[in-house]
Design a binder for this molecule. Structure first.
Ligand code: NDP
Length: 510
């Protein structure tokens, strides 16, 4: 363990008092009707960093009512694209202004490194700006080829009230992949962040109020999946649910929403492979593998948590990956040099560890790590960078989301075998290929079952490019024009010009 790069406690000052998080309902900040609250303990420092209102049935019902009334009143849903864009741009500027404060709370609640949190907040502001551009350029279509005197117009209308349920791994970024697009479309919303990371969504609510968003257009209810999340997926006044999180909860949401036939959009898990061919630029591939698995401590739907290496280069590639893993700075997330911070909860740390132990028992070789990491001066939970080789396709560590800094290594001997391993998965979020041969890359891109394929790169994302999964990784897309379309309904208007239609019935003349 001593040969790892570990960053001990930084001399950063933590806030004296916990962040006070309350619901935002119909433009008013409020406590829960029953006064209940819960605490969030920082996973890296062990202190209570947030005290939040714990929503109950009354609070969520009140928020849904407010969103419904706001939508039906039309102040936002029938406003011009120009006005919507102006507000979204204002929010983006306010996010930039508050970047340091938002990043600090994101780090304290989630345990992620402060430098990464800042980059995420900047990326989120960009999404608000991109959605503003979509608000002004959104349009339907017209059909003037339907025959004489006919005109068909397809309108794009906001779908209505949207429930937005987000997880703890990228709280501010994920709400920004959904909310500005919903607002650009003209929808109103009820938002529930994970109970582990409520603060940054509350700060976003403050910025929306400051920017002048009308009351009731965005409501925030804090608390747990039960009862808040379940009410948001069953209430008949809600038209759509957009969810990011585990596949298990995603399936439960589809069932819950079926009773009222709400539209459901899901961003779920992944077991994302990177495939390395012998002719690849191996220096870049090793770096991307290390980045892919340790970024956000592996608590990432896009984690490159399994690699498939050609058998001719496997031993060398594993040795290089292990060596570079030792250089990745793990430790205090408040130190600007740290690249990997804390694990979200002690229970989650145990789950990660049990995957590694189970794989070792089944014959896999733990080449690096495989145990908790102690960081001098800190009271939180951390896990060592971990590389597990000799993994076979049937092992849980090769098939399930570990959601930790744990890399599984499998080998292959041909393109055919690599593609079979890639597609032998319940998930289909993303996949990557490393080769200098364009034909290998293109064949891989065409045949890999995944929502995103990266060739000679990993985890690059842009507001312009849609993101989402196939198979059990989800349904629907976020970002790009597709991300806006999710929040729109098509309405067909068919118009006859003049009175030229031959009558269906001839009126009797007798
Ligand atoms: P969950 O999927 O359980 O939670 C995500 C969000 O859904 C939270 O806001 C949660 O509320 C809410 N929720 C929980 N149950 C319901 C329900 N029945 N109806 C509506 N909303 C609900 O993720 P966890 O945080 O528990 O993490 C568990 C595992 O999920 C992780 O170990 C990881 O494997 C995976 N995960 C995947 C993510 C991804 O990006 N693909 C993101 C996060 C987790 P609350 O937790 O506040 O009760």
């Amino acid at each position: 363990m001593t040969d790892l790069t570990v960053i001990s406690a930084a001399r950063a000052t933590l806030p004296d008092t916990p962040f006070a998080a309350r619901h935002l309902i119909d433009g008013v900040w409020c406590d829960s009707a029953d006064g209940a609250t819960f605490d969030r303990v920082s996973p890296s420092h062990g202190h209570v960093v947030t005290k939040a209102a714990k929503g109950g049935a009354k609070d969520v019902a009140h928020a849904i009512e407010a969103a419904r009334l706001a939508f039906d009143a039309g102040t936002w849903s029938r406003s011009s694209g120009k006005d919507r864009a102006a507000l979204l741009l204002k929010v983006a500027d306010l996010i930039d202004r508050e970047c340091e404060r938002i990043a600090m709370m994101e780090t304290l609640e989630s345990g992620k490194p402060i430098s990464q949190a800042k980059a995420e907040i900047e990326g989120a502001a960009d999404l608000w700006r991109y959605a503003a551009a979509l608000a002004r350029t959104m349009h339907g279509e017209s059909h003037n080829t339907l025959g004489d005197n006919m005109l068909g117009v397809v309108l794009k209308e906001p779908i209505g009230v949207v429930s937005i349920i987000t997880p703890w791994n990228f709280p501010f970024l994920i709400v920004s992949q959904k909310l500005p697009f919903a607002l650009a479309a003209g929808c109103t919303a009820v938002v529930k962040p994970s109970e582990m990371t409520p603060a940054t969504t509350v700060i976003l609510g403050e910025l929306l109020v400051e920017a002048g968003l009308p009351a009731g257009v965005v409501n925030i209810v804090l608390g747990y999946g039960e009862p808040v999340g379940t009410a948001m997926t069953t209430d008949s006044r809600v038209d759509m649910v957009t969810f990011t999180g585990s596949t298990g909860v995603g399936k439960a949401i589809v069932k819950a929403a079926a009773a009222t036939l709400k539209k459901v959009s899901l961003e779920l898990g992944g077991k994302n492979p990177q495939v390395i061919f012998p002719d690849a630029d191996l220096n870049s591939a090793v770096d991307a593998v290390v980045f892919g698995v340790y970024f956000n401590a592996g608590e990432c739907c896009n984690s490159g948590s399994r690699i498939l290496v050609h058998e001719d280069i496997a031993e060398d590639f594993i040795a290089r990956t292990v060596a570079l893993s030792r250089d990745v700075p793990f430790g205090d997330p408040l130190d600007p040099d740290t690249k990997v911070g804390a694990i979200i909860t002690p229970q989650h740390q145990e789950k990660i560890d049990s995957y590694v132990k189970e794989a070792a028992k089944s014959g896999a070789q733990v080449r690096l790590g495989g145990a908790p990491l102690s960081v001098a001066g800190l009271d939180g939970q951390f896990y060592q960078p971990t590389v597990v080789a000799d993994v076979t396709r049937d092992m849980p560590i090769a098939r399930e989301e570990v959601f930790g800094p744990v890399l599984s290594v499998l080998t292959f001997s041909s393109l055919e075998e690599a593609i079979s391993l890639v597609n032998d998965a319940e998930y289909g979020l993303s996949a990557g290929v490393w080769s200098e041969n364009v034909h290998t890359c293109l064949e891989f891109a065409l045949r890999a079952q995944a929502g995103t394929v990266w060739t000679n790169t990993w985890m690059d994302g842009y507001a312009e490019l849609p993101f989402g999964g196939v198979k059990e990784s989800g349904q629907g897309r976020e970002l790009g024009r597709y991300g806006l379309d999710e929040f729109l309904e098509a309405k067909t208007v068919t118009m006859r010009i003049g009175r030229t239609r031959a009558p269906w019935v001839q009126p009797r003349t007798d």
